[in-house]
Write a protein that binds this ligand. Structure first.
Ligand SMILES: C[S@@+](CC[C@H](N)C(=O)[O-])C[C@H]1O[C@@H](n2cnc3c(N)ncnc32)[C@H](O)[C@@H]1O
Length: 592
């Protein structure tokens, strides 16, 4: 069998990427191999891998190439549906359609957006729709209020929504987080006090770089730049760090300088740089990006990351990885080798947008646009239209089928494709060119780290898992709350979450917390024949490689047990099994 490979070099690090199985190996400096894309036999590939990267080779050969290829080839729409039926679900709302700024590139003026005001009643119905009907088994919900105007112009509505999410999460025992991006220019001491002390809100601000760069783009209606007020706003926060959202345009392509500058601002949690969506022939038009130049700046950014790591500053890298940075996202994906991304994004699947009359759109940027409307929360989802977004697996996109990085990429943004080419399945060539090189660069960066800073590399993998845990409700919080709910005790999500976070030993944390309500609660080993109490929390100790997940036992009758389970990224509906099976295969330790 012949395998397609790409051999490339970035940051003085040569790598070989095996396209068919989405895996890559480092190549030693003195190894004779030509750069470029070509085909090699399976044996040749394995020999090269063994000689150059023996450690990675050992991991790789645990699964045969044939098996790996079969796994890719048998992915289907059903897999896409399954993959997008668990994990985090996001609801985007636009609390304000007005803004006090007049940023030069803003999509706010797009005619499909309309200018109707969202009401609290519709926002509340949308949250109920998401949680109770659309994704009842999700493990976490996010309500994104960034929208297309300035959320702080509707601070009272924002507060009402936050209060409702907090009330609702106490009922459902799962996290509902509110997040939004603000321009920070409307802060008052009262608003800061509220935002800074509300842990249910994750906050970000938009800023495009240093004063000159930012003020070229982000201005008040009278043309005055916003930089000074953003910095003033950032400094007002005492408890919270904010994510920074950067719009990279053809006028500010120096991503390394932008990142370095913003990293050093006060109270920064992460820096997320994303490219402008502009296809109007203006100087901001995406077509004006120069791929080669951008890549040269990203190489500098990587070099800066490596230099900072050498100085012991891993945080410099973390702040790129933990938000929504475009390049950071590619690095993150490439840390998990051999996995296949079969669709580009969660739009219309685990991310929906609801407008002021309950119409549902696949993407927030396309709020009001009929081509992205998938239904209405009062009358239902139109499955045929929704499948436009479910069916766009990488293999169904002609431009993607033969792409060298299709398995990492999963396809490009529906909105960009639609705006530029009037077809959600036809990606923008320039974006693809850029993405191919950025993926290669990220693989070289990862391998460079692995070779030079082994300990940091291990820390990086741990950190990647930590990041993925942001996307679920901590299972111990769910278990504790669900158990108490069965005993008719409704507790605050914030309280349970912050209490359990303080305990390294999760089980001890749960016991301590429950003892506040009933000091007889303890840990018991169970076996067939003894009395099993319910409700109780079973610790899933019988499953190999289990990351400590929980089952809440609802009932035990004769030799049957009824329970709710928190498994891989989702909370299941009520299940039933025999007691024997339960004790032998799931858990024999319970808390009651
Ligand atoms: C529309 S604003 C709304 C939230 C808030 N007013 C703010 O400024 O952060 C949300 C984000 O969209 C970005 N944005 C606006 N127009 C854009 C465009 N044409 N392409 C890409 N991003 C854009 C902004 O820079 C900002 O980071």
């Amino acid at each position: 069998m012949k395998l397609k490979v790409s051999v490339f070099e970035y940051l003085n690090q040569k790598d070989m990427y095996i396209q068919d199985v989405n895996y890559y190996f480092g190549i030693r400096d003195n190894f004779d191999i030509k750069l470029g894309d070509y085909e090699l036999s399976e044996e040749e590939v394995l020999n090269i891998a063994k000689e150059n990267d023996p450690e990675e080779y050992e991991i790789f050969v645990n699964t045969s190439i044939e098996e790996r290829i079969n796994k890719i080839n048998t992915y289907s729409i059903d897999d896409i549906k399954e993959q997008s039926s668990y994990g985090q679900f996001t609801l985007c709302l636009h609390p304000s359609r007005k803004c006090n700024l007049n940023c030069k590139y803003c999509f706010r003026e797009s005619e499909y957006l309309g200018d109707e005001q969202l009401t609290f009643e519709v926002a509340k119905d949308a949250i109920d729709f998401l949680v109770d009907k659309y994704a009842p088994f999700a493990s976490k919900y996010v309500v994104d209020l960034s929208g297309s105007g300035e959320p702080l112009l509707q601070i009272d509505l924002v507060k009402q929504i936050v209060e409702y999410c907090k009330k609702k999460r106490n009922e459902i025992c799962k996290n509902i987080e509110v997040m939004f991006c603000t321009n920070l220019t409307l802060l008052t001491p009262e608003i800061v006090k509220y935002l800074d002390n509300e842990p249910a809100i994750i906050l970000g601000t938009s800023i495009d770089g240093d004063q000159i760069t930012n003020d070229n783009n982000r201005t008040y209606a009278n043309g005055k730049g916003t930089y000074d007020d953003i910095i003033k706003g950032l400094k007002m926060f005492k408890n919270k760090k904010l994510g920074l959202a950067v719009t990279v345009t053809p006028l500010n392509q120096d991503v390394d300088l932008i990142y370095d500058y913003l990293y050093h601002l006060p109270n920064v949690d992460c820096v997320s740089m994303k490219y402008i969506r502009s296809y109007d022939g203006s100087r901001y038009d995406f077509d004006n990006f120069e791929v080669e130049y951008l890549i040269s700046r990203y190489k500098k950014l990587c070099q800066n990351i490596l230099n900072e790591i050498q100085k012991g500053n891993f945080d410099y890298f973390k702040k790129l990885l933990q938000g929504g940075d475009y390049f950071g996202g590619l690095i993150y994906n490439n840390l998990f080798k051999g996995t296949y991304k079969i669709y580009r994004c969660d739009a219309g699947k685990s991310r929906i947008t609801v407008d002021n009359i309950g119409d549902i759109f696949a993407c927030s940027v396309m709020y009001g646009n009929k081509d992205f409307r998938i239904g209405n929360m009062y009358t239902g989802i139109n499955k045929d239209i929704q499948s436009k977004f479910e069916c766009s697996s990488i293999e169904s996109v002609i431009n993607c089928r033969n792409c060298s990085i299709k398995s990492i990429c999963g396809g490009e943004c529906y909105v960009n494709a639609f705006m530029k080419n009037n077809d959600i399945y036809e990606p923008i060539n320039k974006m693809c060119e850029l993405k191919i090189e950025l993926n290669k660069l990220s693989m070289s960066l990862i391998n460079q780290m692995k070779n030079k800073f082994c300990l940091i590399y291990n820390q990086l993998i741990d950190f990647a898992f930590e990041v993925s845990r942001y996307e679920i409700t901590p299972p111990e919080v769910w278990g504790t709350m669900e158990y108490l709910k069965l005993r008719n005790i409704v507790v605050s999500y914030t309280e349970v979450d912050s209490y359990l976070k303080k305990h390294d030993n999760v089980i001890q944390g749960i016991l301590n917390y429950l003892n506040k309500y009933d000091d007889s609660i303890s840990l018991y080993r169970i076996y067939l024949g003894n009395n099993i109490k319910f409700p109780s929390i079973a610790v899933l100790n019988k499953i190999k490689n289990n990351l400590l997940k929980f089952i809440v036992i609802i009932n035990v009758e004769k030799d049957m047990i009824t329970y709710k389970e928190y498994t891989f990224n989702s909370v299941t509906d009520i299940k039933m099994t025999s007691l024997r099976y339960f004790i032998n295969n799931l858990s024999d330790i319970i808390i009651y």
